[in-house]
Design a protein around this ligand. Structure first.
Ligand code: DC
Length: 217
Protein backbone atom coordinates (compact mmCIF):
# COMPACT_ATOMS: atom_id res chain seq x y z
CA UNK A 1 0.00 0.00 0.00
CA UNK A 2 1.29 3.45 -0.89
CA UNK A 3 0.54 6.57 1.13
CA UNK A 4 1.73 9.63 -0.81
CA UNK A 5 1.94 12.99 0.95
CA UNK A 6 2.80 16.30 -0.67
CA UNK A 7 2.92 19.82 0.67
CA UNK A 8 5.01 22.97 0.92
CA UNK A 9 8.15 23.53 2.98
CA UNK A 10 7.68 23.68 6.74
CA UNK A 11 4.22 22.12 6.86
CA UNK A 12 5.43 19.22 9.02
CA UNK A 13 5.25 16.48 6.35
CA UNK A 14 8.44 14.73 7.47
CA UNK A 15 7.34 14.50 11.09
CA UNK A 16 3.86 13.33 10.15
CA UNK A 17 5.15 10.79 7.59
CA UNK A 18 7.67 9.35 10.09
CA UNK A 19 5.06 9.04 12.82
CA UNK A 20 2.45 7.46 10.59
CA UNK A 21 4.96 5.07 8.97
CA UNK A 22 6.07 3.91 12.44
CA UNK A 23 2.49 3.49 13.58
CA UNK A 24 1.51 1.27 10.66
CA UNK A 25 4.91 -0.42 10.23
CA UNK A 26 5.34 1.10 6.75
CA UNK A 27 8.60 2.16 5.10
CA UNK A 28 9.15 5.91 5.43
CA UNK A 29 10.54 7.69 2.39
CA UNK A 30 11.58 11.34 2.54
CA UNK A 31 12.13 12.27 -1.12
CA UNK A 32 13.77 15.64 -0.34
CA UNK A 33 16.73 13.79 1.22
CA UNK A 34 17.63 12.39 -2.24
CA UNK A 35 17.94 15.89 -3.73
CA UNK A 36 19.93 16.89 -0.66
CA UNK A 37 22.33 13.94 -1.15
CA UNK A 38 22.90 14.87 -4.82
CA UNK A 39 23.57 18.46 -3.66
CA UNK A 40 26.00 17.23 -1.01
CA UNK A 41 28.10 15.32 -3.54
CA UNK A 42 27.91 18.22 -6.04
CA UNK A 43 29.25 20.58 -3.36
CA UNK A 44 32.06 18.16 -2.54
CA UNK A 45 32.99 17.93 -6.22
CA UNK A 46 32.68 21.66 -6.86
CA UNK A 47 29.83 21.24 -9.35
CA UNK A 48 27.68 24.37 -9.65
CA UNK A 49 23.92 24.23 -9.05
CA UNK A 50 23.33 25.59 -12.56
CA UNK A 51 25.52 23.05 -14.37
CA UNK A 52 22.74 20.73 -15.49
CA UNK A 53 24.94 18.44 -17.60
CA UNK A 54 27.43 17.81 -14.79
CA UNK A 55 24.64 17.44 -12.21
CA UNK A 56 22.88 14.88 -14.38
CA UNK A 57 26.04 12.87 -14.92
CA UNK A 58 26.78 13.01 -11.21
CA UNK A 59 23.26 11.97 -10.17
CA UNK A 60 23.38 9.03 -12.58
CA UNK A 61 26.63 7.80 -11.04
CA UNK A 62 25.46 7.80 -7.41
CA UNK A 63 24.40 4.84 -5.33
CA UNK A 64 21.42 6.18 -3.35
CA UNK A 65 19.64 4.07 -0.77
CA UNK A 66 17.76 4.23 2.52
CA UNK A 67 18.81 1.98 5.39
CA UNK A 68 17.11 2.13 8.77
CA UNK A 69 15.42 5.36 7.75
CA UNK A 70 18.69 7.08 6.87
CA UNK A 71 19.94 8.19 3.48
CA UNK A 72 23.03 6.32 2.30
CA UNK A 73 25.18 7.80 -0.43
CA UNK A 74 27.64 5.41 -2.11
CA UNK A 75 27.33 3.13 0.91
CA UNK A 76 27.91 5.79 3.61
CA UNK A 77 25.27 7.16 6.00
CA UNK A 78 25.10 10.90 5.14
CA UNK A 79 21.79 11.69 6.88
CA UNK A 80 23.41 14.08 9.36
CA UNK A 81 25.09 16.08 6.57
CA UNK A 82 21.96 16.86 4.60
CA UNK A 83 20.70 19.98 6.35
CA UNK A 84 23.64 22.39 6.27
CA UNK A 85 23.16 25.98 5.10
CA UNK A 86 25.19 25.24 1.96
CA UNK A 87 22.80 22.42 1.02
CA UNK A 88 19.74 24.49 1.91
CA UNK A 89 20.79 27.09 -0.62
CA UNK A 90 21.82 24.61 -3.34
CA UNK A 91 19.00 22.07 -3.21
CA UNK A 92 16.18 24.21 -4.70
CA UNK A 93 18.16 24.59 -7.95
CA UNK A 94 19.39 20.98 -7.99
CA UNK A 95 15.84 19.70 -7.49
CA UNK A 96 14.63 21.87 -10.39
CA UNK A 97 16.90 19.97 -12.83
CA UNK A 98 14.54 17.69 -14.79
CA UNK A 99 17.00 14.85 -15.61
CA UNK A 100 18.06 14.76 -11.95
CA UNK A 101 14.40 14.43 -10.95
CA UNK A 102 13.94 11.46 -13.26
CA UNK A 103 17.01 9.72 -11.81
CA UNK A 104 15.84 10.37 -8.23
CA UNK A 105 12.34 9.11 -9.05
CA UNK A 106 13.75 5.89 -10.52
CA UNK A 107 15.66 5.32 -7.26
CA UNK A 108 12.55 6.00 -5.20
CA UNK A 109 10.42 3.56 -7.20
CA UNK A 110 13.16 0.91 -7.07
CA UNK A 111 13.70 1.23 -3.31
CA UNK A 112 10.00 1.08 -2.48
CA UNK A 113 8.99 -1.60 -4.99
CA UNK A 114 6.55 -4.06 -3.41
CA UNK A 115 6.61 -2.32 0.00
CA UNK A 116 4.05 -0.62 2.17
CA UNK A 117 5.33 2.94 2.12
CA UNK A 118 4.64 6.46 3.32
CA UNK A 119 6.38 8.75 0.82
CA UNK A 120 6.49 12.51 1.24
CA UNK A 121 7.69 15.40 -0.87
CA UNK A 122 6.40 17.71 -3.59
CA UNK A 123 5.46 15.36 -6.43
CA UNK A 124 4.64 12.08 -4.69
CA UNK A 125 0.90 12.30 -5.46
CA UNK A 126 1.30 13.82 -8.93
CA UNK A 127 4.34 12.18 -10.57
CA UNK A 128 5.90 9.37 -8.55
CA UNK A 129 2.89 7.57 -7.06
CA UNK A 130 -0.23 8.85 -8.86
CA UNK A 131 -1.65 5.32 -8.34
CA UNK A 132 -1.06 5.51 -4.53
CA UNK A 133 -3.94 4.20 -2.42
CA UNK A 134 -3.98 7.20 -0.05
CA UNK A 135 -2.94 10.59 -1.46
CA UNK A 136 -2.88 13.71 0.67
CA UNK A 137 -1.85 17.32 0.25
CA UNK A 138 -0.94 18.92 3.58
CA UNK A 139 -1.07 22.70 3.54
CA UNK A 140 -0.78 25.58 6.00
CA UNK A 141 -0.53 29.32 5.54
CA UNK A 142 3.00 30.75 5.21
CA UNK A 143 2.57 32.49 8.59
CA UNK A 144 1.42 29.29 10.35
CA UNK A 145 4.45 27.45 8.92
CA UNK A 146 6.79 30.30 9.88
CA UNK A 147 5.43 30.26 13.45
CA UNK A 148 6.01 26.49 13.72
CA UNK A 149 9.60 26.90 12.53
CA UNK A 150 10.15 29.93 14.76
CA UNK A 151 8.93 28.00 17.81
CA UNK A 152 11.41 25.19 17.06
CA UNK A 153 14.09 27.76 17.97
CA UNK A 154 16.60 26.40 15.44
CA UNK A 155 16.74 29.51 13.25
CA UNK A 156 18.53 32.79 13.86
CA UNK A 157 15.96 34.60 11.70
CA UNK A 158 13.02 36.71 12.91
CA UNK A 159 9.48 35.45 12.41
CA UNK A 160 8.99 37.88 9.50
CA UNK A 161 12.26 36.76 7.85
CA UNK A 162 11.29 33.10 8.19
CA UNK A 163 7.88 33.84 6.64
CA UNK A 164 9.55 35.63 3.71
CA UNK A 165 11.99 32.78 3.08
CA UNK A 166 9.11 30.27 3.21
CA UNK A 167 7.22 32.28 0.59
CA UNK A 168 10.32 32.34 -1.62
CA UNK A 169 10.70 28.56 -1.34
CA UNK A 170 7.01 28.14 -2.20
CA UNK A 171 7.51 30.18 -5.36
CA UNK A 172 10.44 27.99 -6.47
CA UNK A 173 8.59 24.77 -5.63
CA UNK A 174 5.46 25.85 -7.54
CA UNK A 175 7.32 26.95 -10.66
CA UNK A 176 9.46 23.90 -11.36
CA UNK A 177 9.36 22.77 -14.99
CA UNK A 178 8.60 19.22 -13.86
CA UNK A 179 7.52 17.84 -10.49
CA UNK A 180 6.27 21.21 -9.28
CA UNK A 181 4.26 21.40 -6.09
CA UNK A 182 0.61 21.24 -7.05
CA UNK A 183 -2.67 20.06 -5.63
CA UNK A 184 -3.93 17.25 -7.84
CA UNK A 185 -7.60 16.37 -8.05
CA UNK A 186 -6.85 12.90 -6.72
CA UNK A 187 -5.15 14.12 -3.56
CA UNK A 188 -7.21 15.01 -0.53
CA UNK A 189 -6.47 18.56 0.64
CA UNK A 190 -5.89 19.10 4.34
CA UNK A 191 -5.39 22.62 5.69
CA UNK A 192 -3.38 22.16 8.90
CA UNK A 193 -2.97 25.86 9.81
CA UNK A 194 -5.07 25.48 12.95
CA UNK A 195 -4.10 21.90 13.85
CA UNK A 196 -1.33 20.59 16.09
CA UNK A 197 1.06 18.03 14.63
CA UNK A 198 -0.61 15.37 16.77
CA UNK A 199 -3.98 16.27 15.26
CA UNK A 200 -2.54 16.07 11.75
CA UNK A 201 -1.06 12.63 12.52
CA UNK A 202 -4.45 11.46 13.76
CA UNK A 203 -6.21 12.71 10.61
CA UNK A 204 -3.68 11.07 8.30
CA UNK A 205 -3.84 7.82 10.30
CA UNK A 206 -7.62 8.00 10.01
CA UNK A 207 -7.40 8.17 6.21
CA UNK A 208 -5.15 5.10 6.14
CA UNK A 209 -7.47 3.17 8.45
CA UNK A 210 -10.46 4.15 6.30
CA UNK A 211 -8.68 2.72 3.27
CA UNK A 212 -7.65 -0.47 5.06
CA UNK A 213 -11.23 -1.09 6.27
CA UNK A 214 -12.79 -0.22 2.92
CA UNK A 215 -10.40 -0.14 -0.06
CA UNK A 216 -13.39 0.72 -2.25
CA UNK A 217 -12.36 -1.65 -5.02
O1 DC B 1 11.43 18.48 1.79
P1 DC B 1 12.85 19.04 1.79
O2 DC B 1 12.99 20.40 2.41
O3 DC B 1 13.86 18.10 2.36
O4 DC B 1 13.21 19.22 0.25
C1 DC B 1 14.48 19.65 -0.17
C2 DC B 1 14.35 20.32 -1.54
O5 DC B 1 13.99 19.37 -2.53
C3 DC B 1 13.36 21.47 -1.63
O6 DC B 1 13.96 22.50 -2.40
C4 DC B 1 12.19 20.87 -2.37
C5 DC B 1 12.81 19.79 -3.21
N1 DC B 1 11.97 18.62 -3.39
C6 DC B 1 11.43 18.40 -4.63
O7 DC B 1 11.62 19.21 -5.54
N2 DC B 1 10.67 17.30 -4.85
C7 DC B 1 10.44 16.43 -3.87
N3 DC B 1 9.70 15.36 -4.12
C8 DC B 1 10.99 16.64 -2.58
C9 DC B 1 11.75 17.76 -2.37
Amino acid sequence: MIVAIDGPAGVGKSTVARFVADRFGFFNLNSGSFYRAVSLRALEKGIGADDQAELTELAGSLDLDIKEGRLHLDGADVEDKLRSDAIESMVPTVSACVPVRRIVNDHIRRITAGMDVVAEGRDMTSVVFPHGEVKLFLDASPMARAERRFRQGTSELSLEEIARSIEERDKIDRNKEEGSLKITEEAEYLDTSDLTLEEVCEKVSGKIKEYIVDPGE
